[in-house]
Design a protein around this ligand. Structure first.
Ligand SMILES: [Zn+2]
Length: 69
């Protein structure tokens, strides 16, 4: 993993609190809101995430935390 992936937590093999295995979550760097992101977005760090709460756009590495489940 790259150095700037420190904010990304990979729970794929650790816990199973998400049943599907396709649900990942990002925490907004502005308002701390958690929102769902798809695996196709996770695999493309160059695409900005969009917070549905405050409508801030930011890259994965800028988010407070990302959980990949
Ligand atoms: Zn937000």
């Amino acid at each position: 993993m790259k150095k700037n992936d420190k904010n990304i937590i990979n729970y794929k093999n650790a816990v199973s609190w998400e049943k599907t295995g396709n649900a990942s979550w990002a925490q907004c760097k502005e308002c701390d809101n958690w929102f769902n992101i798809g695996p196709s977005i996770i695999s493309k760090p160059e695409i900005k995430l969009h917070c549905p709460n405050c409508h801030k756009e930011f890259f994965q590495e800028e988010s407070k935390k990302i959980i990949i489940a």
